[in-house]
Write a protein that binds this ligand. Structure first.
Ligand SMILES: CC(C)(COP(=O)(O)OP(=O)(O)OC[C@H]1O[C@@H](n2cnc3c(N)ncnc32)[C@H](O)[C@@H]1OP(=O)(O)O)[C@@H](O)C(=O)NCCC(=O)NCCS
Length: 226
């Protein structure tokens, strides 16, 4: 019985130490999660139950070992995090302050991705590469960017500060700061708070397939009239 109580006490002490360490070193990240998720009820809830925070904690450690060129150890930590959270962050990725992944499952962040401060990612989003080229092949994401659920941001492109990538968009080109991008392939629909006049801009039409169909319908109508 004494043996069991001793084990319980040791586990409790480890748990409390872990809480204190997270509190001290990840205070800003926990606060960011609370600020950006209206469902977050308390500091403790975020520390204990948010997979995005846990993935980030593992990543900070994995990135430390990656920089020491202990690649196997770094990758092992990243895979443990993936097992528990469903979030795969390559240890080489550089991530800024107050980063938050909401819900988390299915997020993938590639080796050469660079993420600024105050970035929010939703579940299922990917910062990925487009081929098997070596070198910088993943996106650079600016400060205060939101990447919606299921969005894919691919290749060595730059997403400007304060931009919003809509849910399920596929972005393969640079995005200027303060833009909103939606669709496949991603098209800018808002910039600096103003809606883009897409009807006058053929490079940014919202739905090129629909536009082609409408043009064909007009031609058929004209032919029928003749
Ligand atoms: C893109 C987004 C930021 C909205 O931006 P917005 O500029 O405020 O856009 P609006 O709501 O004014 O919509 C503008 C048009 O885009 C369409 N639209 C909005 N989001 C879209 C998306 N992700 N994909 C395709 N079309 C979208 C709207 O239907 C609307 O179309 P309409 O002009 O034909 O009516 C938002 O819809 C989004 O996708 N956020 C992601 C949030 C998320 O992933 N949440 C997960 C929580 S679990």
């Amino acid at each position: 019985m004494d043996y069991l109580i001793n084990i319980l006490i040791i586990l409790l002490v480890i748990f409390v130490i872990k809480l204190v360490l997270i509190w001290v070193f990840f205070y800003a990240d926990v606060r960011a999660a609370q600020k950006r998720d209206p469902a977050a009820k308390s500091f403790l809830e975020v520390i204990l139950l948010y997979p995005g925070l846990h993935a980030l904690i593992y990543h900070r450690a994995a990135h430390f070992f990656y920089r020491l060129k202990l690649f196997f150890l770094a990758r092992s930590l990243s895979q443990i995090a993936r097992f528990f959270t469903g979030i795969e962050i390559h240890p080489g990725a550089i991530i800024g302050k107050r980063f938050f992944i909401d819900h988390g499952f299915g997020v993938v962040i590639g080796e050469t991705a660079i993420i600024g401060d105050d970035v929010l990612l939703y579940q299922g989003s990917t910062l990925g590469g487009t081929g098997i080229i070596q070198g910088k092949r993943h996106p650079t994401v600016g400060n205060n960017v939101v990447i919606g659920a299921g969005a894919k941001v691919l290749g060595n492109i730059v997403i400007g500060d304060n931009s919003y990538i809509g849910a399920n968009a596929v972005v393969v080109k640079d995005v200027p700061p303060n833009s909103t991008v939606i669709g496949v392939p991603g098209r800018i629909t808002k910039q600096d708070g103003k809606k883009m006049d897409i009807s006058l801009d053929h490079a940014r039409i919202l739905d090129p397939i629909m536009q082609a169909i409408e043009e064909l319908q007009d031609r058929i109508k004209n032919l029928e009239k003749k």
